[in-house]
Design a protein around this ligand. Structure first.
Ligand SMILES: NC(=O)c1ccc[n+]([C@@H]2O[C@H](COP(=O)([O-])OP(=O)(O)OC[C@H]3O[C@@H](n4cnc5c(N)ncnc54)[C@H](O)[C@@H]3O)[C@@H](O)[C@H]2O)c1
Length: 368
C-alpha cells in the first residue's frame, strides 16, 4: 500500500552544512527527520541531540531504518556517489549535496542504478527553487528581456580556508571554485537557457598549498590539487552563450553576479547561492535598473528535499533532479577537460526542464 503522511528522512553527514538543513527540515511538517548518521558516530550523536532527533549512529542506522524514505547525503564530495549508491541499494530515495559525482562514469552509474531500482535522485543546489531565482524566471518567462541570448557570471573570493574549519576537501578533486561554486551558477544558467552544448575554459593555480584559518586545525597547511581560478565560456543548445569566472584567488570578494541579456533587456539575478534577493531589470532604451522584490518561499537549504517529498506522495516529478545535476557535472568535467586540452569540449548530456515553483508554495504548511 502506498505510504501516506509526512515523509521520513535520514541524514548521512553531520558536518558544517547539516545545521542549515536541520534548521529547515525540522520545521517543515511534510517531512520528519528520523535519523542523523555519520562516519563519526559522536558527530552524528551531537548533531542529533541539538535537534532532539532520537536516532543517531553510523551509516547503517540511516539505511536500515524502516520508516526512512529519503536519505539526505551531506557527506564530502568524494563520498557522494558511494553513499548515494548504498542508499539506492537500500531502496531509499536520495537527496545528495553537490557536486552530483566527481566524474561522468560514477554519476551515470548512479543514475542507472536509481532508475533500475525505481527510486528518485535529487541533488543540490535547490537555491533555484527559492524566491529570488524563481521571480527572475517568471520575469524571463513573461518575456521581460525578450529572447535570452547571453550571460555574464562572476564568483571570486580569497577562498573558503579562512572560515571553514575543515577546508582541505574544498581544494581537492570534486571541489575548487569550479566544482564547489559552479553548480549554483550553471544550474541558474541552464534554467534560463536550457541545456549546455559545449564549453571552453582556461584555469590556473596561484598557490600550491593553503593554510587552515579557523577552528581546531588553524595553522595546518594542506595541498591544493585543483585549479583555483577558472574562466569558462559555454554555448547552449539554444545558441545562447555565457562567460563565467570561478575563483578562490581574489583578495576582493565579488560573488553572486549573474546578468542575463536578451533581445529586449538585461536582468540581474540575485546570488544563485541564496534563496532570496533583489532582481534588477534594465529594458532596452532605459539607462537605469528597476529593482523588483523577490516573491515566493525563501526558507533555505532543504526546499529541494521537501519538493521531492511532496512529489513522492503526489506521484509527480520533483524539480531538482539527478539528471539536471548530472548535466551540470558533465559541463564541469568538460570545463576541466578544456582547461587541460585548450580545446572546446562537447557536453553530451542534456537536462530536463523543471516546473516553475508556484509563488504561494508554502514549505511550512502541512499538506500530506
Ligand atoms: N559548508 C557549506 O557552506 C556548504 C554549502 C553548500 C553545500 N555544501 C556541500 O555539503 C557537503 C558537505 O559539506 P560540509 O561543509 O558540511 O562538510 P564537512 O566536512 O563539514 O561535513 C561532512 C561530513 O560527512 C561525513 N562523512 C564523510 N564521508 C562519509 C561517509 N563515507 N559516510 C558517512 N559520513 C561521511 C564527515 O565525517 C563529516 O561529518 C559538501 O558536498 C559541500 O559541497 C557545503
Amino acid at each position: 500500500m502506498a505510504k501516506t503522511g509526512p515523509v521520513g528522512v535520514a541524514f548521512i553527514g553531520a558536518g558544517n552544512i547539516s545545521k542549515q538543513y536541520l534548521d529547515n527540515l525540522t520545521t517543515f511538517p511534510d517531512v520528519k527527520v528520523l535519523v542523523v548518521a555519520d562516519l563519526f558516530e559522536e558527530a552524528a550523536a551531537a548533531r542529533a541531540a541539538e535537534y532532539g532527533i532520537e536516532v543517531s549512529g553510523g551509516v547503517d542506522a540511516a539505511l536500515n531504518h524502516p520508516d526512512v524514505e529519503i536519505i539526505v547525503n551531506l557527506t564530502i564530495p568524494a563520498a557522494h556517489v558511494e553513499v548515494a549508491t548504498a542508499a539506492v541499494r537500500a531502496g531509499k530515495h536520495v537527496w545528495t549535496e553537490k557536486p552530483f559525482s566527481l566524474d561522468r562514469d560514477s554519476g551515470l552509474g548512479l543514475l542507472k542504478e536509481a532508475q533500475a531500482a525505481g527510486v528518485r535522485l535529487g541533488c543540490a543546489p535547490d537555491t533555484f527553487l527559492g524566491a529570488g531565482l524563481q521571480t527572475a524566471r517568471r520575469l524571463i518567462d513573461a518575456g521581460e528581456i525578450g529572447t535570452p541570448l547571453t550571460a555574464l557570471t562572476m564568483f571570486q573570493s580569497p577562498g573558503p580556508e579562512s572560515w571553514h574549519p575543515n577546508p582541505a576537501f574544498l581544494f581537492q578533486q570534486g571541489a575548487g571554485p569550479l566544482f564547489d561554486m559552479a553548480p549554483y551558477y550553471l544550474t541558474a544558467l541552464v534554467q534560463a537557457f536550457g541545456p549546455i552544448a559545449k564549453v571552453a575554459a582556461v584555469g590556473s593555480t596561484a598557490f600550491p598549498t593553503r593554510t587552515v584559518g579557523s577552528g581546531p586545525k588553524e595553522g595546518e597547511v594542506f595541498d591544493v590539487e585543483v585549479p583555483t581560478h577558472v574562466s569558462a565560456i559555454a554555448q547552449f543548445e539554444s545558441g545562447a552563450s555565457s562567460h563565467s569566472v570561478y575563483s578562490f584567488e581574489s583578495p576582493k570578494a565579488r560573488m553572486g553576479f549573474v546578468e542575463i541579456t536578451g533581445t529586449e533587456g538585461t536582468i540581474s539575478l540575485p546570488d544563485p547561492n541564496n534563496f532570496d534577493g533583489e532582481i534588477k531589470l534594465c529594458k532596452r532604451g532605459e539607462e537605469d535598473w528597476t529593482a523588483i522584490a523577490a516573491e515566493g518561499p525563501a526558507d533555505g537549504r532543504g526546499l529541494g528535499v521537501l519538493d521531492m517529498a511532496r512529489a513522492i506522495r503526489a506521484g509527480v516529478p520533483h524539480r531538482a533532479t539527478g539528471e539536471l545535476a548530472y548535466h551540470v557535472l558533465d559541463a564541469m568535467v568538460s570545463i576541466t577537460e578544456s582547461v587541460d586540452s585548450g580545446e572546446f569540449v562537447t557536453v553530451a548530456s542534456t537536462a530536463p526542464a523543471s516546473e516553475p515553483v508556484p509563488v504561494d508554495w508554502n514549505p511550512t504548511a502541512a499538506t500530506l
